[in-house]
Design a protein around this ligand. Sequence first.
Ligand code: 6A9
Length: 696
Amino acid sequence: MTFSHLRHWCEQSDNLDRYGWLQHDGLNFGIQEIVDSPFILTTSFVKKNSVNHGGDWTARIDVRAMPGYEAYNNEEVSLIWYVALDEDARDANIWLSNFETTFTGVKGETSGLGQFSIKLTNHSGVTDSESFLITKAPGLNLLREVIVSSLRLVSNKSESKKRVVLAGNLLQDDEKNPNFIATQITGILPFTLDVMFESGFQTREETLTGHKYTQLLAKHQIDFDEKFENIYNLRNKGYDVKSIKFAQAALSNLVGGIGYFYGASMVQSSYTNEPVNYWNSALYTAVPSRSFFPRGFLWDEGFHGLLLSKWDLDIELDIIAHWMDLMNAEGWIPRELILGSEALAKVPSEFVVQRNTNANPPTFFITLEYILDNYEDVLTQKQLDLLERLYPRLQAWFSWFNTTQKGAMPGSYRWKGRDPLTQKELNPRTMSSGLDDYPRASHPTEDERHIDLYCWMAVAASTMHRIGSLIGQDTSKYETTSKYLKDNRMMNKLHWSSYSQTYADYGLHTDALALKRPDIVPRSPNQNREMIRVTLKNPEYRLVDSSFGYVSLFPFLLRILDANSEKLGMILEKIVKPELLWTNYGLRSLSTNSPLYMKRNTEHDPPYWRGAIWINMNYLAVRALHFYSNEAGPFQSKAATIYKELRSNLVENIMKQYYKSGYIWEQYNDKTGEGSGCRPFTGWSALVVNIMSEKY
Ligand code: 6A9
């Protein structure tokens, strides 16, 4: 017998037909379906707030055969329900307690939660608590291993079947306090369990379970539908029920993926030789993907904020405040936040260490810009106070970018951290830009300049000016910088190629490059035959204008380009060309005639930002088209036409792929529209909701 299929974490490799939140409001309730054919598990929770320790909540778990698989009803299914304490939790205890239910319950006390009790009750069907496990687990990242290694095979005389059960109490004599208690519950399909968490030990007059729970959940669902329609107006816009369900699921997965992480980052500073552990910190953040990247990413989070701030502005401000708290004394914020052993267990070691010289796009400035665009006049005093407290940190953040990522030419900017010595990469990656393998100057030097960072800085400066003015600060410095960078003459001088008639990076560059396998040298030991890059022609300083794609679009994407500029017309003409960026599913990242279109970067790295359709950039594109179609200028009506088509291509394809595959994806194939990369990816791809509702 093998237990390799025991499900625990949300793993992409489990290949479930589909799973995800259908509705989740971020505060009071959520409802999720997990389809693991032939079974379907519906999990939900309802929370009742109280003053202390967050209040009570109940979770309901319903297990049944999928429609069409009714023959499986009457089969037995075992669930393992557990309570575990964080390995760092001090003065925290949990112990078994038998309440007057058929199941084992747990009581506990921790500094964060105070006293609490958790009870399991049967809501419907036949269920039995079959076995339990009490032990000390070495860490939250190893709970599955602890369970698997303690499973026992037993046989009952009256039955011929063998059964798998948990081992019971495994505490050694000298161990008093378990940190891991698990209960095996076996039920006959279909069945439903309620798990009740109650803060404190007092008994309730009325418990949040059974019929009471059913009623409250239904009420929250109705409120959710109403709030969703009030904000996004999808019914009013004529979308059908199926489309609205899709949009609700997209939003709910972003909201339901918000987590609270605690731990220390590993940081490589320019002042130390070895990476050091940062201070312990808390991070409240959404995540790009629950299965694959269940942790915070700095520039992703700014995009998430464009959706979250409309749904619940206070949640979003809280998220921004947590990220700003991670800033070091220099004004730097790590790009990836991997806090705690559970998060760490999901990350290959090469990604763990963060470098304090490297940036990531400061997208929180577009979130803040969006918040000002939508709420400037209705912010509460509390929200204004929060902005005021954030302001000094935003200043430090801006100035960290403005000094450390400055380019050699006045007014120019450069992503630091590209590797000039790599021999394996066809084009050294620019991880800091967020666009990883998108082609840049082939030979990184200090003299290069990056158009995307230039545009991020222009938005950052103008947002600093707006926020500062709102809270009564002297912002002349930001106003000047913003005007300086938004002056298209300056941008054109640094980045416009009159040869290709596109915006471009500048640097030491050649396109004459190839990956080659080194020849075998006879009888030489330890041959490393990995492919290496060969440069066939000397690079020269020039604009990197042979590639056309997302990077070339930034002055348009971030709305820096003047509505009257003829360059806007040239960009619009180019994006609609199918051999360049246009597809029926959205704009592809790199034009098909670019030298690195769909090329591998090393023999092990498939193309990533070299052709696929990404939703965050497409979101910026529809937003920009919407903007230019509302600005007086010669290209206004052209922008409006493209806006309509791009918007409907994106919405139709993302929804079609969702219903076809069960998921929203990290990217979409530019030839077929199919989802690729990881899934479910309901980080920035969930911005499809804003695209549907036209809330930019
Ligand atoms: C890989 C392997 C189980 C890459 O969405 C997060 C980031 C973006 O910020 C970035 O722009 N993604 C984009 O180019 C995903 C990065 C994941 C790296 C870690 C882990 C999974 O192991």
